[in-house]
Design a protein around this ligand. Structure first.
Ligand code: NAD
Length: 461
């Protein structure tokens, strides 16, 4: 076991040490993968009712510890209270959904060509290797682990070191209800993540594009199924007939809520035609989102996750200023403890400017103007990412026409780019995703492989 220690600290109070654990190396991961593989056979053989009961019991325990889990989320990743509680509630719903999914049909029956039986059966792959980011520290690990476990896989979870405390919470939450080694947390950084990809029979990753591409390549080279959910550079398109106040409130929340630290956050606001009421309302809404202690009710913007993240946002603002941007709101780093930065709205940049092309994971968005819907769609689509687009307006035909031309995996009409329903497929196009969709029934297909069985009615001579 490695002697290097990983530490997770609170972004609003960086001297507060939330969790620590050894930085595991490849040999640790190999050993734990061996245990997990043995445990998987027992778990898969335990039957649907036992797996459903275990996941239901975990959901029940999490509901009983809802406040504790929310408090840990607030403390460890700076998520504002309302969103932290919402994430825990979503995690409970995910567990309940996949508990019942253990009873879902796992195959199909076909008419045999010459009597007997012809059917398919979906079986667990074996060991699921899950690599997760810090920004949804309970929902993302569970929306991968719950379907994987429901289908009879065992799990190695490699969380972000910045969300180590929540991963430890999860390991303790799940342990009483699962055979030993069925769910194991791998504490570590890139090397541990690479070792998980080298061991797993199926790989699911959420994080940045740069890492996701490496994970996908390594898994494909080994011939194991892989899905990667990566970044976004999401646009909100505001048509001329959009309600100014309502649309501004929706977009300000989607861009700045949780300090913009969501893959689905709005980064580009594309206005079509004149709508001065909307721009003024958006500036006011962003100015009103003052960063504060995420534990305090009503605060919607806390700190960003680390000092490096704070620096990335302030550097991006400085570069935008250097490129001639006008800062309409925010732009400063408050003089206080913790990694706070003001929600910042800029305008006056070309759509090709790096601020509009590259994901800066923080409370920073740019307004761009388009003369027509066609120009707005061209700008929206002209990035390497393709996660989600929101379109705002009143005319249904115009909304549906624009939605049909947006090149993203998800489209929201008069709704924020953020926020997803856990039972519907989730994923993007282009650099935002690789492999099959997550969530809902799509996840049950991903964590299983189908085999086809032909059963002849009698031995043929
Ligand atoms: P990250 O890519 O830095 O890290 C993600 C995970 O990968 C961490 O557990 C990390 O330790 C691990 N890792 C790092 N190097 C690795 C390697 N070489 N091999 C295997 N694993 C490795 O991302 P992050 O900073 O934790 O999260 C922020 C990013 O996540 C943003 O880009 C955001 O858009 C994205 N994200 C995407 C979604 C989505 O569903 N599309 C959801 C949330 C976050």
């Amino acid at each position: 076991m490695s002697t290097t220690i990983l530490k997770s600290t609170s972004p609003q109070s960086p001297t507060d040490l939330v969790a620590e654990a050894p930085d595991m190396g490849a040999s640790d991961v190999r050993r734990l993968a061996g245990h997990a593989r043995s445990a998987q056979r027992e778990w898969a053989a335990s039957g649907a009712a036992a797996r459903a009961a275990a996941l239901s019991a975990i959901a029940r325990d999490l509901r009983a510890r809802r406040e504790e889990a929310a408090a840990l989320t607030i403390r460890e990743v700076g998520k504002p209270r309302r969103e932290a509680v919402g994430e825990v509630d979503r995690a409970i719903a995910i567990l309940e959904y996949y508990a019942q999914a253990a009873f879902a049909s796992n195959g199909e029956l076909f008419p045999p060509s010459a009597g007997g039986l012809l059917y398919t059966e979906r079986r667990p792959h074996g060991l699921a290797g899950l690599i997760t980011p810090w920004n949804f520290p309970i929902a993302i690990p569970l929306w991968k682990a719950a379907p994987a476990l429901s289908c009879g896989n065992s799990v190695l979870l490699k969380p972000s070191p910045d969300a180590l405390g929540m991963a430890q919470f999860l390991e303790a939450l799940l342990a009483p209800h699962l055979p030993e080694h069925t769910f194991t947390v791998i504490s570590g950084g890139a090397a541990a993540g690479e070792a998980v990809v080298a061991e797993a029979d199926v790989v699911s990753f959420t994080g940045s594009v740069a890492v996701g591409k490496q994970v996908a390549q390594a898994a494909v080279a080994r011939g194991v199924p892989v899905q990667c959910e990566m970044g976004g550079q999401n646009a909100a398109i505001v048509l001329p007939d959009a309600d100014p106040a309502l649309t501004a409130a929706t977009i300000a929340g989607a861009a700045m809520g949780y300090a913009g630290q969501k893959c689905t956050a709005t980064r580009r606001v594309i206005t079509v035609g004149p709508n001065p009421g909307f721009v003024d309302a958006l500036v006011e809404a962003v100015k009103a989102a003052t960063p504060g202690d995420p534990a305090v009710d009503g605060v919607t913007v806390g700190p960003v996750i680390t000092e490096a993240a704070q620096r990335r946002v302030s550097d991006a603002v400085a570069n935008a200023r250097g490129d001639g941007a006008t800062v309409l709101a925010g732009g400063e780093t408050p003089d206080r403890d913790g990694w706070f930065i003001e929600p910042t709205l800029v305008t006056g940049l070309e759509a090709s400017n790096s601020l509009l092309q590259r994901e800066v994971f923080g409370p920073l968005a740019a307004i761009v103007h388009a003369d027509s819907v066609t120009e707005a769609i061209t700008i929206a689509n002209d990035v390497r990412f393709g996660l989600v687009t929101s379109i705002h307006g009143s005319d249904v035909d115009a909304l549906l026409e624009a939605a049909g031309r947006a090149q993203t995996g998800m489209i929201k009409i008069n709704a924020p780019t953020t926020g997803v329903d856990f039972y519907a497929p989730f994923g993007g196009e282009k650099d935002s995703s690789f492999g099959p969709r997550e969530q809902g029934q799509a996840a049950l297909r991903f964590y299983t492989s189908t085999r086809t069985i032909s059963f002849a009615p009698h031995h043929r001579r």
